[in-house]
Design a protein around this ligand. Structure first.
Ligand code: TYD
Length: 220
């Protein structure tokens, strides 16, 4: 495998709250840098300063009356800013961009979780992202129980009150989110690579790396 990237690459990490995707994303970024790549890490919502302001609105428990449609549009507003400010310029420079969540989250959480449907998510993606799609999406797979437990544990440890709105969602909501991710993986198996997120962090990281290498070998 070549260690230099000739064209930009856009990678995303997806999964339930508590799936460990953020840790895995950081480990992959570090490994790619060791291999000589220039890597930009970003997060949705919140990768830009404007996105950060939008994130605070979205995750503030005081905004529990935020309508589902307004919520979805805010996620896309943050993403549109990210496309212009971070993603497009970095890809043009031939760099690797890795995002913690992207439109697949909106599809799973708003499309399925909030029952807004996948068509509206697809339409808004066309407007906000203008055809920019991830080359690879790592979907970190864990069962609902493990994810909810890990997310709860993390909230207690960090007493993250500002981020608690999302974690108070009902179990039925998360079941629909999981269903959304499973449907996505079935529909786009070449882009969406399912990674077994059980076991140790290192074990999952090896699976991510193996999936990445396999993808690169297929696309050189
Ligand atoms: P995130 O910061 O990734 O939380 P975690 O590290 O716990 O996964 O995401 C915060 C919440 O925002 C998470 O519950 C998922 C939700 N979300 C959506 O509902 N729609 C979206 O489009 C995105 C990007 C996130």
């Amino acid at each position: 495998m070549s260690t230099t990237t000739r064209r930009g690459l856009f990678l995303t990490f997806e999964g339930l709250d508590g799936s460990g995707k953020t840790t895995q994303m950081r480990l992959l970024a570090a490994r790619l840098r060791e291999a000589g790549e220039t890597v930009i890490e970003t997060v949705e919502p919140g990768g830009t300063s404007i996105g950060g302001a939008i994130r605070r609105i979205l995750l503030d428990p005081a905004n529990d009356h935020l309508s589902s449609t307004a919520e979805m549009l805010l996620y896309f507003a943050a993403r549109a800013q990210n496309v212009d400010e971070i993603l497009t310029p970095a890809i043009a420079r031939g760099e690797i961009v890795i995002s913690d969540r992207w439109t697949d989250s909106t599809r799973a959480y708003q499309g399925y979780g909030r029952n807004l449907g996948v068509d509206v998510v697809r339409d808004l993606d066309r407007i906000a992202c203008r055809g920019r799609k991830p080359d690879i999406t790592f979907l970190i797979d864990i069962d609902l129980e493990t994810g909810l437990q890990r997310a709860r544990h993390r909230n207690i440890e960090t007493s993250a009150t500002d981020e608690s709105r999302m974690d108070e969602q009902s179990r039925a909501f998360y079941e629909r989110v999981l269903e959304g991710y499973q449907a996505l993986a079935a529909e786009e198996p070449h882009r969406v690579l399912r990674i077994n997120g059980r076991g140790t962090i290192e074990e999952a990281a090896e699976r991510v790396w193996a999936a990445y290498k396999e993808f690169r070998d297929r696309h050189v």
